[in-house]
Design a protein around this ligand. Structure first.
Ligand code: ZN
Length: 465
């Protein structure tokens, strides 16, 4: 039988949920685990959807791709941030490489595929596709599929198809829960159609719902979460959603041959969020950042607020922190001289690693220099990458808190942060060893190439599992 590989991506799926907490609710997943191997999958630095999925699909790190997160500096001016898209990916993806070997792929919902580029197969783009999420995507004129005529098929097969939820950081949890199921079920309905009706060698899909679920419903499930609500009507939402993922997996498996290699993967894990460290407040407090005026209320940080003549560094919020130094000859009004650059950076690192919580306990903040964690640094990397409290704390960019701590997220309710360890299950008909040591997100693309007996390019960072 012709070799085929199917990968189902559950964005943000955490190993402790799939392999432990919800194991008994997920019989199809459990069977796959017994028939193959499984374990943790170490994500990229940082463990963020963009660029993690593309790093997985190219086996290149964020520095090589030149994509360090959702927003990237376009140049050394203070305010030019750009959001990457498929054109930002300059190296071949797995489906490009497979296409060179006459293999056809189905690519459904993989982040950073918009706008779709021609390749041998079928593609449905992912979130970051610039559509109005309140309007049916099947009725837009935007090219969000390849070939474009696939849009008409989707309008017929799954007219309710949603690329992403309109807003997952909302207090309207019941409505969100409804939409979550609607989105996920429509995606899998389309997935089954593509599995069944298209000719493919490689099938790859990503479901974003699991990520949205964690951010919106984690506190109702995790008894250790600081905002845990014991008798919530959403107490079973997390478990029920994973049950749905498992049911959908079961249906998918009926469409593939017994000898198809099947993988379940996530791009990163998830963990409870204890709070936020106000990165720019912290920089102000330690004398790195000076604002022209004292903000009276919590205000979104903008670079116009900054007194650059007296600023050595500023930061960006998000699941992890990014710190940029104001370097003479590099930034427009830079004041850190080149010869002091390393000294300032090292001092910052040391101080960041000493951050304590309000009870005085060190929160275990980890700081990375990009050139030490990436093969190369294309485009403009942050000067420092910060995991506050080992990612149990997020980075909050806004100013005006009068504290470095906050327990309300500045971009809307959010219960969890991303964790470094995602998960994988691999059933290839040969390896049946159960749990194995952690593998790397960079190992996925080489594993797929090897299944097709295709040489693994030198530049790929991982090796076949
Ligand atoms: Zn993700």
């Amino acid at each position: 039988m012709k070799k085929r590989v199917m990968i189902i991506g559950w964005d943000c799926a955490a190993p402790k949920l799939v392999f432990d907490a919800f194991k008994d609710d997920m019989p199809n997943t459990h069977q796959l685990m017994q028939e193959g191997i499984y374990g943790k999958l170490e994500s990229t630095i940082p463990p963020i959807t963009v660029p993690a999925w593309m790093c997985m699909m190219t086996s290149r790190d964020p520095g090589e791709l030149g994509i360090y997160g959702f927003r990237n500096r376009q140049d050394y001016s203070y305010d030019a941030l750009t959001i990457p898209n498929a054109h930002s990916i300059k190296v071949p993806t797995l489906w490009d490489l497979l296409g060179q070997h006459h293999k056809r792929s189905v690519v459904l919902g993989v982040p950073l595929t918009y706008p779709p580029k021609p390749f041998p197969g079928w593609m449905v783009t992912s979130f970051l596709t610039p559509v109005d999420p309140n309007y049916p995507v099947t009725e837009t004129n935007l090219q969000w599929t390849f070939p474009p005529r696939l849009t008409r098929e989707i309008a017929r097969v799954a007219p309710e198809y949603m690329i992403d939820l309109p807003d997952f950081r909302t207090d309207k949890r019941a409505e969100l829960e409804n939409q979550l199921y609607k989105m996920t079920q429509a995606r899998f309905k389309l997935a089954r159609y593509l599995l069944d009706k298209k000719t493919w060698d490689f099938f790859m899909m990503v479901e974003m719902g699991s990520d949205r679920l964690h951010h919106a419903f984690w506190r109702y499930w995790d008894k250790t979460h600081p905002k845990y609500e014991p008798k919530s009507p959403f107490a079973d939402t997390m478990r029920n959603y994973y049950r749905t993922l498992d049911e959908e997996l079961g249906k998918m498996l009926t469409y593939v041959y017994e000898d198809t290699t099947v993988m379940i993967v996530s791009d990163h894990g998830a963990k409870r969020m204890d709070g936020g460290i106000c990165i720019n407040e912290w920089l102000r407090k330690h004398g790195y950042l000076t604002l022209k005026t004292q903000p009276q209320n919590v205000t979104r940080f903008t670079t116009e607020m900054v007194d650059w003549q007296q600023t050595k560094a500023w930061g960006e919020g998000g699941y992890y922190g990014r710190i940029f130094l104001n370097v003479a000859g590099r930034e427009p009004d830079g004041i850190v001289n080149a010869e002091n650059y390393e000294g300032v950076r090292d001092e910052l690192m040391k101080q960041l690693e000493r951050i304590v919580d309000e009870s005085g306990q060190n929160i275990n903040t980890r700081v990375f220099k990009p050139e030490e964690v990436y093969q190369e640094c294309n485009n403009i990397a942050p000067d420092l990458i910060v995991y506050f409290g080992d990612l149990n704390w997020r980075s909050v960019g806004s100013v005006g808190y009068n504290s470095i701590y906050t327990y309300e997220n500045d971009t809307g309710p959010d219960d969890c942060n991303h964790a470094e360890m995602g998960m994988f299950i691999l059933k290839d008909g040969r390896q049946k060893d159960g749990p194995v040591t952690a593998k790397s997100i960079y190992d996925i693309a080489p594993t797929v190439l090897k299944e097709f007996d295709i040489d693994i390019p030198e530049a790929m960072q991982g090796k076949p599992i």
